[in-house]
Structure formats: structure tokens, C-alpha cells
Design a protein around this ligand. Structure first.
Ligand code: IMP
Length: 183
């Protein structure tokens, strides 16, 4: 397997995820929460985060894909990742969110199109509270004015993989977050 340069090591991830879990535990003390993970990239982050949150919690998962003129992964790398703005739900959550504390868990906040779509969808279901936990944030790429409430790391405009994030479905199982070099 090709050696990729590590941007954020597994030790740095573990330390930061522990701190994020402590923030969530403090903010929702005495309450129950639903962690809603965005498939597939958030699966590893959700499992590490949720195991350190000391609250009564349930899990759910939601699936989305952006469609339209999506470039191939190689083109995305060359010209920067750019979804078209159209997001489609491929898997809905199983539980009702009405009156619940919903924490949407996402791997990376990039243009913000995906989370803007999901925020609108979930708010329409009238949760008691709605928060976003994103492991990574690329603020320089934002097209929609959305922010996460809990952010792991703010990163520059690089294409990253590992710890759940993929490049054409590969590298999700890398334990560190690595940069895919642009040619
Ligand atoms: P947004 O809708 O542009 O904010 O994009 C969010 C989604 O784009 C994430 O859930 C990822 O699936 C994908 N994405 C954005 N940047 C990267 C990256 O650097 N590596 C892997 N996936 C990425």
C-alpha cells in the first residue's frame, strides 16, 4: 500500500476526541442524546466519540450522496473537491428525533452543502436541541455559512483520508489522517 504523509496522528486524534466527548458530556449533563452518524465516513469517529461520552445515548445513521456532475476522484483531487450542491438522502434515520437531543456526527465539514441539507432536514423534525460534531473542518472551502458546534481539527485545503475518510472508498481503515498528494 502507498505510504501517505500523516497530517494528524492517531494519538492526536485520540486526545482531541476525548476532549470533544468531555465537552458533550458537560453540555448535556443529565440528558439523553442521539448520535446521528453520516455514513460512511463518520462511523469510526462516532464509535470512538460515543464510547467516551458519559451520558445515556442511542445511535442512528443517515446516508447522503451528492449528485449532478460529480467529477471522478482523480479530478476532485486535481481541482479540489466540489460537489454540485444537490444532496440526496440515501438512508434515513430509524428513530424519531422529535423532542430529542440530536448530535449529528460528521467526518469533515468542507463546502458545508451536506450539513446545510441535513440540518434543515433534522430541524424540520423538531428536535429539542440540534448540535453538529465534525472531526475535521476546512473553513477555506465553505460555500454555505454553516459551522459545527464541536470541531476536532481545522485543516487547510488538502484532500485527506483515513480514520473513516476515503478516496474512492479506499483508505477508510487507516488509523491516522493522511494527505493524498495532488499531482
Ligand atoms: P461538503 O458537503 O462539501 O461539506 O462535504 C462533506 C463531505 O465531502 C464529507 O462528508 C466527505 O464525504 C467529503 N469530503 C470533503 N472533503 C474531503 C476530504 O478531504 N477527504 C475525504 N472526503 C472529503
Amino acid at each position: 500500500m502507498t505510504e501517505l504523509k500523516i497530517l494528524i496522528s492517531r494519538e492526536q486524534i485520540a486526545t482531541r476526541v476525548t476532549a470533544m466527548a468531555a465537552d458533550i458530556t458537560r453540555d448535556f449533563a443529565g440528558e439523553q442524546v442521539i448520535f446521528v452518524g453520516v455514513l460512511k465516513g463518520a462511523a469510526i469517529f462516532l464509535s470512538d466519540l460515543a464510547r467516551q461520552v458519559k451520558l445515556e445515548a442511542t445511535f442512528d445513521f443517515i446516508g447522503v450522496s451528492s449528485y449532478g456532475n460529480r467529477p471522478s476522484p482523480a479530478q476532485e483531487l486535481k481541482s479540489g473537491w466540489d460537489s454540485t450542491g444537490e444532496v440526496r438522502l440515501t438512508k434515513d434515520a430509524d428513530q424519531s428525533m422529535q423532542g430529542k437531543n440530536v448530535i449529528l456526527v460528521e467526518d469533515i465539514l468542507d463546502t458545508g452543502l451536506t450539513l446545510t441539507y441535513l440540518k434543515k432536514l433534522i430541524l424540520a423534525r423538531q428536535p429539542k436541541t440540534f448540535r453538529i460534531a465534525a472531526l475535521l473542518d476546512k473553513p477555506s472551502r465553505r460555500k454555505q455559512p454553516i459551522q459545527a458546534d464541536y470541531v476536532g481539527f481545522s485543516i487547510p485545503d488538502e484532500f485527506v483520508v483515513g480514520y473513516g475518510l476515503d478516496y474512492a472508498e479506499r483508505y477508510r481503515n487507516l488509523p491516522d489522517i493522511c494527505v493524498v498528494p495532488r499531482e
